[in-house]
Design a protein around this ligand. Sequence first.
Ligand code: M6P
Ligand code: ZN
Length: 180
Amino acid sequence: MRSNDFMFINGQLSGPEVIHKSKHLSQLKGLFEDKHAFQQMSGEQVVYDIDVWRPVPDGTEGGLFFGVTHIYPGTVGDEYFMTHGHFHKVENRGEYYWGIEGKGLLLLMDKEGNTRGEDIKPGSIHYIPGFTAHRVVNTGSEVLRFGACWPADAGHNYASINTTGFSKRVKKVDNKPLLL
Ligand code: M6P
Ligand code: ZN
């Protein structure tokens, strides 16, 4: 039998077609509230890395993608490092996220702009329904790793997050995370 070359060990995804991408602070311009603090930081700083396995071409109906995201600890002002966040281009598509290492908060926002948070920790599983924007925030002092599995035809819609963002932010208040 032919063996599979894809492995997922110790929070690391490896295999011949795994794509690695880094999100630098400069690519998250406008998302953090404290513009002054943002300007003081290097745009070169990596906020998170993503490893993605796309076994089928982007847009394939019925296909699935698999990814691992590594968000580094840090803040912009008092706001924790986080992913950009997105709705799906094909809005009804859902997704699974699960916690691997570290701790954080998954923000889920519906089309009416109601935002709620779910704690992400090693072993936690999160079902993200369609029509729901999703963003992950690292509220810990270690790297936060989470897995993701989503339909290959879901796509990413970043536009509305760029303009209106999420209706709640996660900030460090008295050294503790608060959803405000
Ligand atoms: C997960 C998946 C990816 C997504 C990534 C980073 O791995 O949801 O589709 O690209 O997180 O999130 P974002 O695209 O919002 O920066
Ligand atoms: Zn998604």
